[in-house]
Write a protein that binds this ligand. Structure first.
Ligand code: ADE
Length: 354
């Protein structure tokens, strides 16, 4: 049956396109409520292709909410390592604990109950209801909102959600929802691929050549940070610190670091600046290549130096960890890169291979 959007747009071409191009994503092929929940939280800031290996590994480690609820926060954060925006991992862990404690381990299908869970907003609640429970629920994220804005006229996310609610058919509404998400992800992207779009002949933005104007991209420039990173080594151990409390990336490990200039400090300058704070003799071992990472609204460049020290010393939030155990800890992505650069460059591979 033909459906129409805003009194005029036919979606039949969208259905044929989706049937032909639909990606067999692992959470689509077996859409249990738990799998949809995990995938949607992972997909909140990350593209599907990148999410797939993390999703599969997560399901091996935590196949159901009970396993996830019972895991330690360290194990959960470690499983998320590399995906970024770690508050999502903590929210997922907390959700599992709540549903085990209050919902008999089952993910609710009610919008209100879903939204009451940490990290779940109207989009994610709608996606769980649509894809896992096959309800007639709208799931309008930035991608779908962009599709509707271009197809019809510029509008807020809420207005786009109410249009999508009207257009969802009675039969298999989740397929319409998934097709719109797929169109936004693959074709009607920020830079649209209009020649591949099944709705091109009905798109008002394309007709008036206003595809770019109808999509107001909110680009917030990232703030640059430059940091000298000190890898202190003593007696087969290395000093790491752990972010605590509500800080960004809390729970993750890092090497001690210090704000520096855009070029980074010379190793001798860094060691001379640190020596008065440390009760044991420091010695230069090596400098590693700079590396960089982005998190939230920052872009950080890291300048690592390996420094030998006679005795381990006390450091705020610091711990001396045997070198062969470092890879078992969840590190922030930039410091993980520093760790790998160091271990693969300077230490025999046989004892430390990942
Ligand atoms: N992005 C957000 N949700 C998605 C989904 N269910 N499938 C593909 N991409 C998505």
């Amino acid at each position: 049956m033909e459906q129409s959007l805003d009194g005029g747009v036919s979606l039949s071409a969208l259905f044929s396109w989706f049937a032909a191009t639909r990606r067999p994503l692992p959470w689509r092929e077996e859409p249990t409520a738990y799998r949809v929940l995990v995938s949607e939280i992972m997909l909140q800031q990350t593209q599907a292709a990148r999410v797939i290996p993390f999703f599969c590994r997560w399901m091996d480690l935590f196949p159901n909410p009970h396993c996830l609820a019972a895991a330690s926060e360290d194990t959960v954060i470690k499983a998320w390592e590399g995906l970024g925006y770690y508050s999502r991992a903590r929210a997922l862990h907390r959700i599992a604990q709540i549903i085990v404690a209050h919902h008999e381990g089952r993910i609710p299908n009610d919008q209100k109950a879903l939204i009451a869970l940490p990290g779940i907003g109207p989009y994610t609640a709608g996606a769980i209801r649509a894809f896992a429970f096959h309800e007639r629920a709208a799931a309008v994220d930035a991608n779908v909102s962009r599709v509707i804005t271009r197809l019809i006229h510029p509008m807020t996310r809420e207005a786009a959600a109410s249009i999508v609610e009207q257009l969802l058919p009675q039969e298999q509404p989740w397929t319409t929802m998934e097709a719109l998400i797929e169109l936004g992800a693959l074709v009607c992207k920020t830079t649209p691929l209009c020649s591949s779009c099944p709705l091109a002949d009905q798109c008002r933005a394309l007709a008036s050549k206003t595809q770019e104007i109808r999509y107001a991209k909110n680009v917030i420039p990232k703030t640059s940070l430059w940091r000298d990173v000190a890898i202190f080594l003593s007696q087969g151990t290395a000093l790491v610190t752990r972010r605590s409390g509500k800080q960004v990336m809390s729970g993750l490990y890092e090497f001690p670091y210090f704000d520096t200039t855009p070029q980074g400090s010379a190793a001798s300058t860094l060691i001379n600046a640190l020596q008065p704070r440390i009760p044991s003799q420091l010695s230069f071992i090596a400098s590693l290549c700079e590396t960089s990472h982005s998190f939230t609204r920052f872009h950080a460049t890291l300048y690592p130096t390996i420094i030998g020290v006679e005795e381990p010393f006390a450091w705020p939030d610091g711990k001396w960890i045997p070198i062969e155990m470092l890879r078992d800890l969840p590190f922030s992505s930039g410091h993980k890169r520093v760790l790998e650069a160091w271990l693969t460059t300077f230490l025999p591979c046989n004892a430390l291979r990942a």
